[in-house]
Design a protein around this ligand. Structure first.
Ligand SMILES: [Zn+2]
Length: 291
């Protein structure tokens, strides 16, 4: 059955002693208006729900980011603790990697999540103290440690006393007497062959303990490197340092020669650790091909 809307209604309002008011009512605009009134809250609620979905997605993203920031902050905290140990500082339990997590107040049961704002707040409060710790304590202590290590490394006799091309003519250890006879002698160093005048270098930093002539070593230089190490450079033709001078690795200290108890021009190089001769090969890391 088809519903027919009348074209319009006419309403007459009678008034005593006066002419009536005539109202002409069209039903279609009224029906449309009423529909719009009913429909608008539905559209509004739908749009609200859509916005709410978007917000909760955004919130989830933020929470993920906040978790990531906290986790990175914890890694940084652990890194700082390992730097502190490297710098010889005491590990402070206050700065344990769990500190950021510990700042978050406990809430609810096991599955309860912490909101992004709380997590970011905790991270924000933690950052300045981490930065202050790094700049104020860890860095200076680390620099001191590294500088001490660098000094120790510079004083370690690992350099070469003569050009790498110079060949070794006698090894460390027992050897037959180079001046003949049947007896063996203990050779407390390495001998390098070379022409008279070839440059001889300090193998590490230190103070010249002796630069003198005499005894079997002829003109010889002894360097005290500290840390229990001394090096000896013997049979020199010339010495370019004096007792009390400070040298660093690679400084020219003299020239190869044939002075003292020597069977030909060569450098006798010795390393002493706590006063005991040790094999310089272990310190020079010479390749066999250089023999
Ligand atoms: Zn020798």
């Amino acid at each position: 059955m088809r519903i027919r809307f009348p074209k319009h209604y006419t309403v007459l309002i009678a008034r005593t002693g006066r002419s009536p008011i005539t109202l002409s009512i069209h039903p279609l605009p009224i029906a449309l208006g009423l529909t719009a009134l009913v429909a608008s809250p539905v559209v509004w609620i739908g749009s609200l729900l859509h916005n709410n979905n978007q917000l909760s997605e955004r919130n989830e993203e933020l929470t993920d980011t906040a978790s990531q920031v906290l986790s990175e902050l914890d890694s940084l905290d652990a890194e700082i603790n390992s730097l502190k140990q490297r710098a010889g500082m005491d590990k402070d339990s206050q700065d344990s990697p769990t500190r950021v997590q510990a700042e978050i107040p406990p809430r609810g049961g096991p599955a309860t999540t912490v909101d992004a704002e709380t997590m970011l707040g905790a991270a924000n409060r933690r950052l300045p103290s981490l930065e202050a710790l790094l700049k104020g304590e860890v860095r200076p202590a680390l620099e001191e440690t590294l500088s001490a290590e660098a000094q120790r490394e510079a004083a370690f006799p690992s350099g070469k006393p003569i050009a790498a091309t110079a060949s070794i003519s006698s090894e460390f250890g027992l050897r037959p007497n180079p001046f003949g006879g049947r007896r063996y002698e203990m050779h407390e160093g390495l001998d390098f062959k070379g022409p008279i005048g070839q440059a001889i270098y300090a193998t590490a930093s230190g103070r010249i303990e002796k630069a003198q002539s005499g005894n079997g070593y002829g003109n010889h230089v002894i360097i005290d490197h500290g840390y229990g190490y001394e090096t000896l450079y013997a049979h020199l033709s010339k010495m370019h340092v004096e007792s009390g001078d400070f040298v660093t690795r690679g400084d020219l200290i003299g020239e190869l020669g044939n002075t003292g108890r020597s069977s030909g021009p060569h450098l006798h190089y010795g390393i002493y650790r706590q006063g005991q001769p040790v094999n310089p090969r272990y310190y020079l890391k010479l390749e066999d091909s250089e023999r």
